[in-house]
Design a protein around this ligand. Structure first.
Ligand SMILES: [Zn+2]
Length: 479
């Protein structure tokens, strides 16, 4: 729950300006809404939960799928030069030797000498734990308050496991910490089978795993997460041009998904902090309630990975230029994003509270209304089908017919419980874009009211035109 400090901050801000959001408060509201309405649950909750692991509930699973679908539509389906792939999560351990992850994919770790709690050394130094638990100052253990730590050692973030029944070094491998390596290894096969010429891209969305030392901030830093990324292979020398191209494409994608531009910014990594494979990396950061954090990035991975796999495997993975017959390793531009982080950012930006309620009935006017203003193509439920009352069989029967018709085309929810105003608000809270209400006029003239989530305008639509009307709106708001 909210700390006293956070509550005080809320109070201080709230009378300064209505537009100043109380950020910590907002995060708590999102976590609470996510759990209450079936977007995100803590994993293994009946056993007390596991830190930094979450389950996507029914609405969360739908919304996350919508995010991935939009990404896929824009960057794969609508482009001739990008093809999809789904590579395995477990791979030969040689992959991680070649990629440098076994040697370099580490974070600095320190251990408290009194209670043996472990922390990221850089996070301890920068005072991140100050004010948490027993840590009144920086460099103090939040678990016990002690200030004596072991020397820093490097901790590899990959989860180790074993292939087959024998648990020895020869059979050890890792859960992938990124989706990219599968695409580098299959580069030559994709190029050949799909008859691709440079530049072309391979796209993949899937699970990755990192045994983070410091976790937290809800979905921001978890140990299991979804990455969606493209490895875009280009001719060496053209890499900077394509890097700039992807910067623009990537930024526009997040705006079109509904993020507010004022909550986005660029972060260019200084040369000395670049990953071992990168020539240039630029992140897109989002203003999360706890501060700016990485949402997505573009990296120029040069020819590091493909070349490394060629050397380690002894296979010729060079590209042959069809015109000049010249053989070379392509450079790679990698636009990548954390799907879970985008999911969280979209919820934060979509969340709106309306004090005094939008509906001016006496019952509702004292309440705070919550509307999740997600883009129509991201909303977990597109249409709610609501019979005005549930105790009139002919009305219910008609409503069921409308539901049967609509659910063939859209994700729908049938709801007959409670007063109609209350049902509207329940749908607003989860971002449902349309509510189709079946009332007594429906029985007379075969029209239903279609209510728009954002304007609350209600239009009477002839039942046979309902699918087309909704589909047209959906397409108009898509892309
Ligand atoms: Zn301690």
């Amino acid at each position: 729950m909210l700390s006293i400090d956070a509550r005080l901050t809320c109070l201080l801000f709230s009378h300064k300006s209505d537009t100043v959001r109380c950020m910590e408060d907002l995060m708590q509201k999102i976590i609470s809404l996510a759990k209450r309405r079936g977007f995100v649950f803590p994993s293994s909750e009946i056993y007390g939960g596991v830190e930094a692991l979450y389950d996507y509930g029914p609405l969360g699973a739908l919304m996350k799928q919508n995010i991935k679908t939009q990404w896929f539509k824009r960057f794969v389906q609508q482009r001739e030069e990008v093809v999809p792939i789904e590579t395995s999560i477990l791979m030969s351990p040689k992959v991680w030797q070649a990629s440098g992850h076994e040697a370099n994919f580490t974070d600095p770790l320190i251990e408290c000498k009194s209670c043996h709690a472990r922390f990221r050394a850089d996070h301890m130094m920068d005072g991140r734990f100050k004010g948490q638990g027993e840590a009144r100052e920086a460099n103090q253990c939040p678990s016990c308050g002690d200030r004596d730590f072991t020397e820093t050692k490097q901790f590899n973030l990959m989860f180790q496991t074993f292939l087959g029944p024998v648990q020895d070094k020869a059979n050890a491998t890792y859960l992938r910490p990124e989706t990219a390596q599968g695409m580098f290894m299959d580069f030559a096969m994709v190029q050949e089978t799909m008859r691709k010429k440079l530049p072309f891209g391979i796209a993949q969305a899937g699970k990755s795993f990192r045994n983070e030392i410091t976790t937290g901030n809800f979905l921001f830093r978890t140990r299991e997460f979804d990455i969606a990324e493209i490895e875009f292979f280009v001719k060496p020398g053209e890499d900077e041009k394509w890097f700039k191209y992807w910067l623009k494409e990537w930024w526009r994608f997040f705006l079109d998904m509904g993020l507010k531009e004022k909550n986005m910014r660029w972060y260019e990594h200084p040369k000395e902090s670049l990953a071992h494979y990168s020539k240039r990396t630029v992140d897109i950061e989002y203003r999360f309630p706890f501060g700016w954090g990485e949402l997505a990035g573009i990296a120029n991975r040069t020819d590091f990975d493909v070349k490394a796999h060629a050397e380690y495997s002894g296979q010729d993975l060079r590209y042959t230029d069809p015109e000049t017959k010249e053989k070379y390793y392509p450079f790679v531009i990698e636009p990548t994003m954390g799907v879970d982080r985008l999911f969280l950012a979209l919820l934060l930006d979509a969340y709106e509270e309306i004090k005094g309620a939008r509906t001016k009935t006496t019952e509702a006017s004292k309440e705070v209304e919550t509307v999740l203003k997600l883009k129509l193509f991201l909303a977990p439920v597109q249409v709610a089908v609501l019979p005005l009352v549930k105790n009139k069989p002919e009305l219910v029967q008609k409503a069921r017919e409308v539901f049967e018709m609509l659910k063939k085309e859209f994700v729908c929810q049938y709801d007959e419980v409670g007063a109609i105003g209350r049902r509207y608000r329940r749908q607003d809270e989860i971002g449902t874009f349309f509510a189709a209400t079946i009332d007594f006029d429906t029985l007379k003239d075969d029209t239903v009211t279609l209510r728009d989530r954002d304007t609350m305008e209600q239009e009477r639509i002839a039942t046979p035109n309902l699918v087309d009307t909704i589909r047209e709106t959906l397409h108009a708001k898509d892309n």
